[in-house]
Structures are given as structure tokens and as C-alpha cells.
Design a protein around this ligand. Structure first.
Ligand code: MTE
Ligand code: HPA
Ligand code: MOS
Length: 752
């Protein structure tokens, strides 16, 4: 089935928050943020702004009836700064005006006096000063201290990866309208409708039942709207509460870039020990996560870094420690991979370091240490249905690694100013929210009396195609024409207490809840048909819009059955619930079985580096990916291409840059470059490794949202290879992104 949004997107008819027709009397909200990264607020003078014609009101913390608090995991973040500011752009007030133009003019008239304090932007400095968001955590396997002396080779180093701007095409925004009796409806561009509802309720000092949150779809989220869509929805709702008029709040691009958190930059130390025959015997890593000024989702992101610290490899002795470091940057947040990519990058750097010192191809070490069934992850889960060896040999048989190596070596021998490089990048990603209670979902299904179907779930469509998958499931369960099924918006009054759409688990969780609802409805309908045909319930089936009795078609259509059941007063509505079985995790010992299953794959990346200019082009990325049994190839292949390109962007060109004062320098699209059609690989081949698939995956179709991003890690190491071909004296810096400037420096550093 095609993505049901394809036509709407291409014709520009798909609706986003800013497209919702505004009601008469709507006012426009514009946040006023801190001009400095750290300081004490001495005085704010709003009088000139308030006197500007068309300004209706300026909201501050003083207008809050409930709690001035939006922290999701820890209560450490104010909606509006009261006395201190901790990052540049931190909201202090919300201007409400008759037009956004007026609001922008008024914003310039606010006068603020801040006693500046020294900002910290470096996570290692924050850690040294004891500025941690919460205490460090360590995952351990085996006995690391005893093994180092048994290793034939030990290498130590440092690896840094930078942040990443989400750059969803639709910026953060919300539209809140007053309903009767003080109730408020918020249309929000959020991955987590319940988070917006819960936080709005507590800030406004009302019950959650007073707040309805509705989401049609997002113009991209990528994790940036898991938690950080919340303040804007809450501010709009607060405006409604205070002035009893509809409030629209859409961030412009520059405000969005400045005021919201991004992927966490990490600075890390590694130590890797290998045997003579290249088995990794020991791996130690220390991660310094740059959390920004408040916790946001950092504890969970940090946890996933630890879960994925050894990526696709089995290492018998592991010690991985992570510090969540408090700095004066906007609170960093979820971003596709959720800390996993940052952990894997350090492991890959350590292997690249070892390979370079030992003068063996990196992939020899990678292959030698691939996970297999029965291996234990450092967090205690035992690897099952791994298939990595199969995937690797598929890559080899389809794309011939040795041949690629020879071809590239020959090219490099024959060319002086242009060099090629390649890399192999295995990926292993755990599917489930690492916080076990979040792994639940609900779905509400109505069969209307004419046989059409309305489906509501907790899933938020953000371009990943989850609505298409939900529609497919309902149509398949009832065996009816998909045109008879409608996917409703995601709404907290229809489906309550939702987990955010995240962790790549949205279609597994919501799809299974939807299946459960459908199963119950089917049972009721079959009972009605069984009575009619005077047979057992098991003798009835629903097939292609018809009722089938003992394998033989009847004259009763789906519509007739529905109508009959309705007249018999059978309930044609059902609420399905699903909670992932088996999973658990005990933080006190850092062991358990946190993931329903893992997704695996391997990417082979080839790059050509222009050694005069330092620029590069990706010739190809060839991937063998474990889909299980994909329920929608076009959606899933799209996720792989998109994830890959986003990962390559993070590793190569996207450079989030803060100056030492904590001001975002890369605050526009001219200073922050993301991949465009010219910079994507010239060839992307995606081969499915069809496996049995996990029962825990919806229709055995494995989660696909985040894992492909990590194929992009291969881009870094392919460039590293090419640079070394030109300049054998180059000592890898493992300082991502490997921008053209850094490549140029690398090509000529210590060059003879
Ligand atoms: N794909 C598109 N087009 N837009 C997005 O915002 N978000 C990614 C991924 N793919 C995203 C996307 C992230 S961060 C996650 S967690 C998953 O989709 C969420 O959706 P899923 O759980 O349905 O895979
Ligand atoms: N992944 C994504 N989002 C999350 C997670 C996770 O594991 N935990 C909490 N939010
Ligand atoms: Mo995705 S980072 O789990 O929203």
C-alpha cells in the first residue's frame, strides 16, 4: 500500500498546525528568550512593549496558576524563567498580540537587565566542576581490570561527536482554543500528546481532563518533538486561560534553532584490548554527555548510549560509564537513535584506531567480533535471532568486500589528488522504550453501521508512515477495502495516557493494540454470523468483504453483517490495549531484558575525497538490512534512505556551533548545512535480509525508524580511510562531523 499521505504531501494539501483555519479573535504568541546563556535576571521592563498598539498581554511566570515547571523526567525546568537564565533563548515571557508582525515589533521593545555569569559549554568541564544532571551510571560485563594484561594490544583514545539540529520542516508550534467551562483544546505538533496534556494541566493548575490535545500529523519530529513540543503547547494553553481567546504560537526557524535542544554532543574516552588474533577482549568507555541546562530526556538518552556501547560486537569484558553533564546550552533531547549512535561511534572509533595501529583493515576486526546467538550484552540480555553473520556474508556475496578493497587500493595507487575510501558499518539496535512502563499503547476502533471503520490510536504520524501501517492492519484484520477505513487524528480524548511516538516502537505498540481491538470486534461479528448460519463461531471467517462459512462464500457481505449486528445491539466499538510482554530492567544491578528484540544490518560505504579541496562525494552505500518480514516495503525502504542520509549528515556536514558564550552561531540554514540532493550518495542499494521476524514485531515486520541512521556512521570511517590513503601520517582525530575543513586539515597534517 502506498503511503496514504503521499498525495496530500505532494499536492500541498496535507494539514499542519499552521494550516488549521484560525478562529476569529485569535491572537499570536511570540516567546521572548534570554539574550545570554547564563545569568541572574535583574529587571525586565515590558512597559514599552505593552504600550505598542495591538499587544494584548505579555505572559510571564506570574501568570501561572499551577506550577511553573515542565521537566518530564526531573522537575528541573521552568516554563518561564523566574530569577535565573541557563541558556541563550530560554523563554522568559510570551507576547500575545493581534498579529505576529506586531508581536515581533513588540519583542524588540522589551528591555532586560541580566547579571551575567560564566557559562559552561564543555561537558568535560561541567563534569570536573561536579555539574551533573544526575549521578553517573556504569554497565559492566566480565572482569575488565584482570584482562588488560592478557591483551596482546591495548589502545586508548578520545572520540567526539557533535550535536545535530532536527530541522523538521514544520517548526515547533501549537494552536490552543478555549472550549466551554474553562476547557481547552490544543492542536500541537508533538510526538507526545499526553506529555503536552499533562504538562499543560499542571502549569494551568487544572485536571488533565480539562485539556484536549489533538495531533493531525507532524512535518517531521525526529525526536525533537518527543519532549520539546511541550512548552509551546503549554504556553498557548496558558494564553487561552489568561485572556480567553484562541492563541496560535508557531516558532520561526531561527527561534526554533536557538530555543530548542538538539542531539546530545558527546566527548568520550575509550580503551580497547585485543588478542593476537584480533578478538576484542576488553572495552572500556567513559562518556561525557552534553545535556544542556536541564534534564529533559538526557537520563534516558544516556541510558541508551550505555545499552549500545558495544554496538554489534560481543565483548566479554566491558565497562561503560556515562556522565550527564549540565552545561549552558538549550537542554538537549531525543534525536533518532536516542544516544545509541553516540555510543556506537566511540566503539567504531576504538576499532578504527586498533586497525590503523595494527595495519589491518577495520572490517577484519569488525567481522571477527560480530555478535552471535547466545552472546550476552553488557546489560544482561542474551542475543537471539542475530543473523549478523548471515547479513555480513550477504554483503560479501552481493558486493564482494575483497573486490571493493582491491578496486579502491588500485584507484588510490593510480591517483594522486583524489583518493577513495570505504567502510563497513554493522548496526544493532534494541527495540522498546528502555523505560519498561512506557511500552504500552491503546487503540479505539469504531465500526460504523454502514460498515466503514474509524481508527484512533496513540500513534503520531510524523512522516514515518505509521498511519499507513495502522490502516493496513485494520483493513487486513477485517479483510475489507482499505478505502473503508479512516485514520483519525491522534487525540487524548479518544486515546488517553499515550507514550510518545518514539523509540521506533510506535507501530509495534499501537499496531498490536489495534489488532487486539479488531480481534474483539471480529469475535462479536462472527458470533452474530454464526447464530445466523447456525454454525459454530470457528466456522465463520471474514474474507475480502464477505462472510465465509466453513470455507465457502455466503451471500452475506461485511456491510450486511455489520448492519445485522448493530440491529442486534452488538457493541461495534472497542478499545484495545497492548503491553509488551517479557521485557524488564533492574537499574539497581543494571541488568535485565530491556528490549523486545534487536534490529541488525550492515552498510558498505564508498567515498571519493578531493585531496586538493578537502571535499568529498559518496559514491555508494550498499545495505543489507534485517526487516523481519516488511509489511510495507515502500515505507520501510524510505525510512532506510532517510535515516541513512540523516546519519551521513550528522557525521559529515552538520555542524552545530556554539561560541564560548553559549550563543548558537549556526542559527540559520546558511550556516547550518544539511544533506541535499547533491550530497546524498550517488547510489543507495538496500537489500532485504528477510528473516523469520520477531513475534514481538507487528506482523513480524521489524521496527525501522531509527536503526538506519547508524549506517551513516560508516561515512566517517570511509572518509578516514581515504584521508589516510593520501596522508599516511594522519592520526585519526575521531572528531565528527568530518567537515570539508577538517578533511582538508587532516590531508595535510604532518604530511611529508
Ligand atoms: N521519519 C520521518 N519521515 N519523520 C520523522 O520525524 N522520526 C524518526 C523515525 N523516522 C521520523 C522518521 C524517529 S526519531 C523515530 S523514533 C521513529 O521514526 C518514530 O516512528 P516509529 O516508531 O513509527 O518508527
Ligand atoms: N527511546 C526513545 N524515546 C524514549 C526512550 C527510548 O528508549 N525512553 C524514553 N523516551
Ligand atoms: Mo525517536 S529519537 O525515539 O523520537
Amino acid at each position: 500500500m502506498k503511503n496514504i499521505d503521499a498525495k496530500g504531501h505532494v499536492t500541498g494539501r496535507s494539514v499542519y498546525v499552521d494550516d488549521i483555519p484560525t478562529l476569529q479573535g485569535t491572537v499570536y504568541g511570540l516567546p521572548f528568550g534570554s539574550p545570554v546563556a547564563h545569568g541572574k535576571i535583574k529587571e525586565v521592563d515590558y512597559s514599552k512593549a505593552l504600550n505598542f498598539p495591538g499587544v494584548v498581554k505579555i505572559l510571564t511566570y506570574q501568570d501561572i496558576k499551577g506550577e511553573n515547571q515542565i521537566g518530564g523526567i526531573f522537575p528541573d525546568e521552568e516554563l518561564f524563567a523566574e530569577k535565573e537564565v541557563h541558556f541563550q533563548g530560554q523563554p522568559i515571557a510570551l507576547i500575545l498580540a493581534e498579529s505576529d508582525h506586531i508581536a515581533y515589533q513588540a519583542r524588540k521593545l522589551i528591555e532586560i537587565e541580566i547579571e551575567e555569569q560564566e557559562p559552561i559549554v564543555d561537558p568535560r568541564i561541567a563534569q570536573q566542576k561536579g555539574q551533573l544532571i544526575f549521578p553517573p551510571r556504569t554497565f559492566q560485563l566480565g572482569k575488565i581490570d584482570d584482562v588488560w594484561q592478557k591483551c596482546a594490544h591495548v589502545f586508548e583514545g578520545r572520540a567526539d561527536s557533535n550535536g545535530q539540529e532536527h530541522l523538521y520542516i514544520e517548526t515547533q508550534g501549537a494552536y490552543a482554543i478555549p472550549l466551554e467551562n474553562g476547557n481547552i483544546k490544543i492542536s500541537s505538533s508533538t510526538q507526545g500528546p499526553t506529555a503536552v496534556q499533562r504538562t499543560a494541566a499542571s502549569v494551568l493548575g487544572v485536571g488533565m481532563h480539562r485539556i484536549e490535545v489533538d495531533v493531525v500529523r507532524l512535518g517531521g519530529g525526529f525526536g525533537g518533538k518527543e519532549d520539546q513540543a511541550t512548552p509551546w503547547g503549554v504556553m498557548a494553553a496558558l494564553g487561552v486561560q489568561v485572556i480567553n481567546r484562541p492563541v496560535k504560537l508557531i516558532l520561526n526557524r531561527m527561534d526554533d534553532m536557538k530555543m530548542t535542544g538538539k542531539r546530545h554532543p558527546y566527548s568520550s574516552d575509550y580503551k580497547i584490548g585485543l588478542s593476537e588474533d584480533l578478538k576484542i577482549l576488553a572495552y572500556e568507555a567513559t562518556f561525557y554527555q552534553n545535556a544542556g541546562a536541564a534534564a529533559d530526556l538526557s537520563p534516558a538518552v544516556m541510558e541508551r548510549t550505555l545499552f549500545h556501547a558495544t554496538n554489534s560486537y560481543f565483548v566479554p569484558n566491558v565497562k561503560a560509564t556515562a556522565y550527564s553533564c549540565k552545561t549552558n546550552l538549550p537542554p538537549n533531547t531525543a534525536f533518532r537513535g536516542f544516544g545509541g549512535p553516540q555510543g556506537m561511534y566511540v566503539m567504531e572509533s576504538a576499532i578504527a584506531h586498533a586497525a590503523s595501529e595494527l595495519n589491518v583493515p577495520k572490517h577484519r576486526i569488525q567481522k571477527k567480533n560480530l555478535l552471535k546467538d547466545g552472546d550476552e550484552f553488557p546489560y544482561g540480555q542474551i542475543a537471539e535471532d542475530v543473523g549478523l553473520h548471515q547479513i555480513w556474508s550477504d554483503v560479501d556475496s552481493k558486493f564482494d568486500i575483497e573486490q571493493v578493497h582491491k578496486r579502491i587500493e588500485r584507484f588510490n595507487d593510480e591517483h594522486h589528488d583524489v583518493k577513495k575510501g570505504y567502510s563497513l558499518q554493522p548496526v544493532t539496535f534494541g527495540i522498546s522504550f528502555t523505560k519498561t512502563p512506557m511500552n504500552q499503547a491503546r487503540a479505539l476502533v469504531h465500526i460504523y453501521s454502514d460498515g466503514t471503520v474509524g481508527v484512533s490510536t496513540g500513534a503520531v504520524e510524523m512522516g514515518q508512515g505509521v498511519n499507513t501501517k495502522m490502516l493496513q492492519i485494520a483493513a487486513q484484520m477485517f479483510s475489507i477495502d482499505p478505502a473503508k477505513v479512516k485514520l483519525e487524528s491522534t487525540n487524548t480524548t479518544r486515546v488517553a495516557n499515550t507514550s510518545p511516538s518514539a523509540a521506533s516502537a510506535t507501530s509495534d505498540l499501537n499496531g498490536k493494540a489495534l489488532q487486539n481491538a479488531c480481534k474483539e470486534l471480529i469475535k462479536r461479528l462472527k458470533r452474530s454470523a454464526a447464530q445466523h448460519f447456525k454454525v459454530e463461531l470457528e466456522d465463520i471467517a471474514l474474507k475480502d468483504g464477505w462472510v465465509v462459512r466453513r470455507g465457502v462464500a455466503t451471500t452475506m457481505t461485511w456491510e450486511q453483517l455489520v448492519d445485522k449486528a448493530f440491529l442486534e445491539r452488538v457493541c461495534l466499538t472497542e478499545n484495545g490495549h497492548y503491553a509488551t510482554p517479557v521485557i524488564n530492567f533492574d537499574k539497581s544491578i543494571e541488568k535485565g531484558h530491556p528490549f523486545a528484540y534487536h534490529v541488525h544490518g550492515v552498510a558498505l560505504t564508498e567515498v571519493t575525497v578531493d585531496c586538493i579541496r578537502g571535499s568529498y562525494e559518496f559514491d555508494s552505500v550498499k545495505i543489507v538490512h534485517d526487516f523481519g518480514q516488511t509489511m510495507n516495503p515502500s515505507v520501510d525502504y524510505g525510512q532506510i534512505e532517510g535515516g541513512l542520509v540523516q546519519g551521513i549528515g550528522w557525521m559529515t556536514m552538520e555542524e552545530v556551533s556554539y561560541d564560548p558564550d553559549g550563543r548558537l552561531a549556526s542559527n540559520t540554514l546558511s550556516t547550518y548545512k544539511i544533506p541535499d540532493i547533491y550530497s546524498v550518495p550517488k547510489e543507495i542499494i538496500i537489500e532485504a535480509m528477510e528473516t523469520e521476524g520477531s513475534e514481538m514485531a507487528i506482523l513480524k515486520s521489524k521496527a525501522v525508524g531509527e536503526p538506519p541512521l547508524m549506517y551513516g556512521l560508516g561515512a566517517y570511517f570511509a572518509i578516514d580511510y581515504a584521508v589516510k590513503a593520501f596522508n599516511p601520517n594522519f592520526n585519526s582525530t575521531f572528531d565528527a562531523p568530518f567537515t570539508n575543513e577538517k578533511v582538508l586539515m587532516a590531508l595535510y597534517s604532518n604530511k611529508e
